[in-house]
Design a binder for this molecule. Structure first.
Ligand SMILES: [Zn+2]
Length: 172
């Protein structure tokens, strides 16, 4: 079982803080220490290799390599910006529209009961890749919180992610 991870300045840990704790965040397959920003690198590679689901004009969506739940994806601007206020109006709109589309697609494919949607802004808030803004879309099912510690310690099988990517990309 995983113990709740205390976070500086965050007070008493709760379920939400555990959901987005930094040490499990948001590394994509392309991420290597010497290769720069994974969110900048992913779009230049194949969708299959980087688990990209859909590409827009100014943002794209990709699966999280270390999902909290099946279908956990991220909406990311192509531009390397850290802060939500750095987005242009066009990027802001497309990020929102992609988030809506992601919800519709995940619902259609998996009948999710609910979602956690949000961004960690800054390392202190738990952002794993703080320099490049990314919006998490995490599908939720009734009772899934009971499985979080198990999921957190389960090795993610690449084939499952590949299958999930195919399902969602086709539905997008
Ligand atoms: Zn970047």
């Amino acid at each position: 079982m995983t113990e709740p991870v205390p976070q500086d300045g965050a007070g008493v840990p709760d379920a939400l803080q555990r959901l987005w704790t930094p040490h499990r965040l948001a590394y994509v397959q392309a991420s290597k220490p010497d290769e720069g920003c994974p969110f900048c690198n992913a779009p230049s590679q194949s969708d299959e290799d980087t688990l990209v689901l859909a590409r827009g004009e100014s943002v794209y969506a990709l699966l999280n390599l270390y999902p909290y739940n099946p279908g956990h994806l991220m909406v990311v601007p192509y531009r390397h910006v850290a802060d939500y206020t750095d987005l242009t109006p066009e990027e802001t709109v497309e990020l929102a529209r992609f988030t809506q589309r992601a919800m519709a697609v995940v619902r259609e494919v998996s009948s999710a009961h609910g979602f956690n949607i949000g961004m960690n802004q800054g390392v202190i808030a738990g952002a794993g890749i703080a320099a490049h803004l990314h919006q998490h879309v995490v599908p939720r099912w009734g009772g899934d919180a009971n499985f979080m510690p198990i999921i957190g310690h389960t090795k993610v099988l690449p084939q499952l992610l590949t299958e999930t990517r195919k399902l969602l990309a086709n539905a997008w």
